[in-house]
Design a protein around this ligand. Structure first.
Ligand code: G16
Ligand code: MG
Length: 220
């Protein structure tokens, strides 16, 4: 039986991707790499340094910076990003999420966070949701990022649950792959063609209710 839920942050609980994009766009301009929506999309869910490496590679500038210079660029992006995160409020919570988290808590489900973001605790506190996520995987301790199953496997472990007892919730294909690889039931939020590997598909966060999940699990 399902006893817990493991949540992605960006794209499920809130849309930090617009802020990540804005912050990276400033760095791309600085190093002379042209910015487009495709590049912005490619950065979703991947770590800070992997994001910088991807931006530099797009501009064929991957060999133009020392490790120290790259660390400085990544730190500058994070400063840009934190300025935006500090303006976040509970109004930035995606529709239906507040009700869904309350419903899960009322029914005694455990919940944890599986976000690649080192800033996730700050984001959750700005949203007023920190109390739901006292259990969160520390991304600094991971060997592999999504789509590797490690982060979702750890999301179950910190709840003292087996993967079979957990549902993972994701908006990215790489995240759904991570959930499936961990042996959890996957819910994909967004375009069902992109998230075809998910056990359950919802087009948006307003569809996240226990009743909808139960009816999808029965028909699956
Ligand atoms: C998020 C974002 C990524 C970001 C990553 C690391 O992942 O989707 O774009 O690069 O975290 O963030 P930070 O620089 O704050 O450590 P997720 O897993 O919440 O979708
Ligand atoms: Mg996401």
């Amino acid at each position: 039986a399902i006893k817990g839920f493991v949540f992605d942050l960006d794209g499920v609980i809130t849309d930090t991707s617009v802020f990540h994009s804005q912050a990276w766009h400033q760095i791309a301009d600085k190093v002379g790499v042209s910015w487009d929506d495709q590049l912005a999309d490619a950065l979703k869910g991947i770590s800070r340094m992997d994001s910088l490496n991807l931006i530099l590679a797009r501009g064929h500038r991957e060999n133009d910076f020392t490790p120290d210079q790259k660390a400085a660029l990544a730190a500058e992006k994070n400063t840009n990003y934190l300025a935006l995160v500090n303006q976040m409020t509970p109004a930035n919570i995606l529709p239906g999420i507040t009700d869904f988290l309350a419903e899960l808590q009322a029914h005694g489900y455990a919940m944890s966070l599986a976000s690649a973001s080192k800033n996730a605790p700050l984001v959750l506190s700005k949203l007023g949701l920190g109390h739901y996520f006292t259990k969160a995987v520390d991304p600094a301790t991971l060997t592999h990022g999504k789509p590797d199953p490690e982060i979702f496997r750890r999301g179950a472990e910190i709840l003292n649950l087996s993967p079979a007892e957990c549902i993972g919730v994701e908006d990215a294909a790489a995240g759904v792959q991570s959930i499936n690889g961990a042996g959890e039931t996957s819910i994909g939020i967004g375009d069902p063609t992109v998230l075809a590997a998910a056990d359950i598909n919802f087009t948006d966060t307003t569809q996240l209710t226990l009743a909808n999940i139960q009816s999808q699990l029965v028909t699956a």
